[in-house]
Design a protein around this ligand. Structure first.
Ligand SMILES: Cc1cc2nc3c(=O)[nH]c(=O)nc-3n(C[C@H](O)[C@H](O)[C@H](O)COP(=O)(O)OP(=O)(O)OC[C@H]3O[C@@H](n4cnc5c(N)ncnc54)[C@H](O)[C@@H]3O)c2cc1C
Length: 381
């Protein structure tokens, strides 16, 4: 049996960002357990790569801003190069009902220091020429938002972690969390038992069953989400922001010389099924065709399905689970885990090391769902 100071269950972007920040603090012996063949094989591998701070809640805006600072300075921080392409994000508002809440959120974003611009249809057309704008009332745009390759950032964290002596076991599934008198003492895995007084649940869409291993119930549900990409498109400009059509829910951005398109079908029931539903893909294509009519001649290059890890209020959970001693949760990002993991990893490491977190994230505590009202995040894709 091997002894560690801390075991992280899940080698996705959240687990690796946490491990990196703890290793930087020389926290002690850290082990990451990953059940798949390689790190980053979970939701992180399915991610569209969008990074933004345009949210409606203060804590989501601040958490994303903290992350964006890391994306902007990733090489200086980790020693590993990775490109954050700040093409911006634009949210198209075509329904009068959505204008007020989005403009209100934009005011909050501005008050927190973000450069948010409110565009009319003509200005939007200049930014994203292929996009149909005849029904656009307003659009919000933030030039500091953008795109990153999740694989590149994850591998950067991974290499930095290895350099600093973090142990990583792939193809090793956590099957049980061992407790003694309400305190964590170790993790049972498919490759034997590992001792540790602290366990970080960074299992992404599998966070709920992993927490159950310690007798803890957390409201993180997996929802299937799909993406379709096209082949090369000669009508796309060199640079174009991520475009989000708030009314239809479609989002799209340039991917190589083509377009990546996604949409969250809210009628999909929770579950771990990651097989593709062809009707889902057709729906994405129809929404995209409606917003970008020139796609009529486009050819589908690729498509895939992955899982969002969603909480009832669409905010992450970052904090210790009160019911047992030694279980920390970082998850439930509700479709924003890539963009928020760098900041979340810093805050998780601070809390685990017993320091005051550098951002007030009491709003993201694991026990917030017990009684009381929960303010939902409006700006969810
Ligand atoms: C289609 C799609 C598009 C998305 N687009 C975006 C986007 O544009 N921007 C954005 O910010 N986010 C996006 N997301 C969300 C983002 O991908 C996730 O929020 C993020 O990757 C979560 O990271 P994670 O490390 O928490 O989870 P994961 O990457 O899933 O990592 C968890 C890891 O834990 C492992 N694991 C689980 N159970 C066990 C166990 N018992 N033992 C050992 N290992 C275990 C898994 O194999 C997995 O590798 C998207 C998600 C999907 C599905």
């Amino acid at each position: 049996m091997k002894k560690y100071d801390l075991i992280i269950i899940g080698g996705g972007i959240a687990g690796l960002a946490t491990a990196f920040n703890l290793a930087e603090k020389k926290f002690g012996k850290i082990l990451i357990l990953e059940k798949e063949l390689f790190v980053g094989a979970g939701a992180t591998a399915k991610c569209a790569g969008g990074i933004r701070a345009q949210f409606s809640s203060k804590v989501n805006i601040e958490l994303s801003m903290k992350s964006i600072e890391v994306f902007e300075n990733f090489e200086a921080i980790t020693g590993e190069p990775a490109l954050y392409d700040q093409v911006g994000y634009t949210f198209l508002l075509t329904d009068p009902k959505t204008v007020e809440p989005y403009l209100k959120a934009a005011e909050l974003q501005k008050s927190l220091g973000l450069d948010i611009r409110i565009l009319d249809a003509e200005e939007l057309k200049e930014l994203a020429p292929p996009v149909r704008t005849d029904d656009v009332i307003k659009a919000t745009f933030c030039p500091r938002d953008g795109l990153g390759d999740p694989h590149e950032f994850l591998q950067g964290y991974f290499r930095a972690c290895r350099r600093m002596g973090v142990d990583v076991l792939i193809e090793t599934e956590a099957t049980g969390i061992i407790l003694s008198d309400g305190k964590i003492t170790g993790v049972q895995t498919s490759k034997g038992l590992f001792e540790a007084p602290l366990v970080v649940n960074a299992a992404g869409p599998f966070a709920k069953p992993v927490a159950k291993m310690a007798g803890v119930d957390i409201p993180i549900e997996p929802y299937r989400r799909q993406i379709v990409t096209t082949g090369e498109l000669d009508f796309l400009p060199d640079r174009m922001p991520m475009v989000v059509d708030v009314s239809s829910g479609l989002y799209c951005h340039k991917e190589s010389a083509g377009l990546l398109m996604g949409w969250a079908d809210r009628d999909v029931p929770p579950g771990f099924d990651q097989s593709q539903d062809p009707d889902y893909n057709d729906n994405i294509l129809m929404k995209a065709l409606d917003r970008i009519p020139q796609l009529e001649t486009a050819e589908v290059a690729n498509s895939w399905a992955g899982l969002y890890e969603t909480t009832p209020d669409h905010h992450a959970i970052i904090g210790f689970a009160g019911e047992v001693t030694g279980l920390f949760i970082i998850g439930g990002f509700s479709g924003h885990g890539f963009m928020q993991a760098p900041g979340a990893g810093i805050l998780a490491a601070e809390m685990i090391a017993g320091q005051k977190p550098s951002l007030d994230i009491t709003r993201l505590s694991a026990d917030r769902f017990v009684g009381g009202t929960i303010e939902d995040e409006v700006n969810v894709i």
